[in-house]
Design a protein around this ligand. Structure first.
Ligand SMILES: NC(=O)c1ccc[n+]([C@@H]2O[C@H](COP(=O)([O-])OP(=O)(O)OC[C@H]3O[C@@H](n4cnc5c(N)ncnc54)[C@H](O)[C@@H]3O)[C@@H](O)[C@H]2O)c1
Ligand SMILES: O=P(O)(O)OC[C@H](O)CO
Length: 331
């Protein structure tokens, strides 16, 4: 059994920490906010981000990063992408130089637009890198509902090590070698879930939803290919799997944001009502910048950006998508 540091005490970090404890591991769960961690220690529950799931004695909440990683066998970072760079910088300062870093964050580095493995390489030097991604709502994992994810790593043995930590009869962790594709899938699907939420919120039907998911997948593949991903990765859990989950179920915060925008709420109102991280709001900027840089067509992502940041109404954005000239289906 291993000692694991989970860095990020939000809903996903807490759900993965609970899973690791159920798998028999000893877990330290780090949060940046000492008051929140004090509440976790007192309530033995993460009331702010994952209520109604008792924390077992093998899960130790802490706000001390040095103490969190002391003597652990593995480290998993699960902070939202906007805090990822700062957290990694703090982490590498207290982590042995040969210790691998894995993450379950879904997004790009907002400042540089780079994928997170590039940032970790730059800040953390040569070491094992791994990512856990795929269709997985925190609450369902905490409830022990059957879930399957992808674990990709820079080295097959590290992917196998990480997958073994998480794998159980309720949480199947499939190994993968496409670090880039798995990250692009997990990040970009959030933008497409906002688009699908908008369409559903405007009252469009099942045909429209399916069209957006499928044409969204084409955009995601285009982006992945220019960044060096393998095309087939997008047919797996971290691609189509997560895209379908997030675009079709109202547990998704990104989808709910789209629904709220279509119903006339402002971005600020919608975010306040959701009260948690909505990664697509940050990710859409990186995605559109990358699309422009690599000269690839990502019309759905561009319309999401226009709705979020350029004052375009959901109705106008939808109309602009529909008015595009016909084209061949496959690139
Ligand atoms: N919630 C899910 O179901 C789920 C599932 C899969 C992946 N993810 C991904 O996991 C990542 C984390 O999301 P979440 O759902 O746990 O977020 P959350 O909204 O539940 O929690 C917010 C998190 O942000 C952290 N935070 C806030 N300010 C911070 C700061 N200044 N420095 C460091 N951390 C700070 C909080 O401690 C908390 O961990 C995201 O990339 C998300 O896409 C979430
Ligand atoms: O609630 P969302 O939209 O952030 O999605 C959560 C997970 O990424 C689903 O796999």
């Amino acid at each position: 059994m291993a000692a694991v540091a989970v860095i990020g005490a939000g809903s996903w970090g807490t759900a993965l920490a609970l899973l690791l404890c159920r798998n028999g591991h000893q877990v330290r769960l780090w949060g940046h906010d000492p008051a929140h961690i004090a509440a976790l220690c007192q309530d033995l529950e993460n009331k702010a981000f994952l209520p109604n799931f008792p924390l077992p004695p093998t899960l130790e909440p802490t706000a001390d990063l040095t103490a969190t990683v002391a003597g652990v066998d593995a480290v998993l970072v699960v902070v939202p992408s906007q805090f990822f760079a700062t957290t990694i910088k703090q982490l590498v300062a207290v982590l042995p130089a040969d210790m691998g870093i894995a993450w379950a964050t879904k997004g790009f580095d907002p400042d540089s637009g780079r994928l997170l493995h590039e940032l970790v390489q730059t800040v953390g030097g040569e070491r094992d890198l791994g990512v856990l991604s795929g269709p997985s709502f925190a609450t369902e994992v905490a409830r022990g509902l059957p879930t399957a994810v992808t674990v990709a790593a820079s080295r097959p043995a590290y992917a196998e090590y990480l997958a073994t930590l998480f794998h159980s009869d309720r949480f199947r962790a499939y190994r993968h070698d496409d670090l880039i594709g798995v990250q692009v899938g997990g990040a970009a699907k959030n933008v497409l879930a906002i688009a699908t939420g908008i369409a559903d919120g405007l009252g469009f039907g099942a045909n429209t939803r399916s069209a957006l998911i499928t044409r969204g997948l084409a955009e995601l593949i285009r982006l992945g290919m220019v960044l060096g991903a393998k095309r087939e990765t997008f047919m797996g859990l971290a691609g189509l799997g997560d895209l379908v989950l997030t675009c079709t179920d109202n547990q998704s915060r990104n989808r709910r944001l789209g629904l709220a925008l279509a119903q006339g709420q402002s971005l600020a109102q919608a975010l306040a009502a959701i009260g948690q991280e909505v990664e697509g709001v940050v990710t859409v900027r990186a995605v559109c910048k990358l699309a422009a840089l690599h000269k690839i067509d990502m019309p759905i992502a561009q319309q999401v950006q226009a709705v979020l940041y350029e004052g375009r109404t959901p109705q106008a954005a939808t109309q602009l998508l529909l008015e595009r000239t016909g084209k061949v289906e496959l690139d």
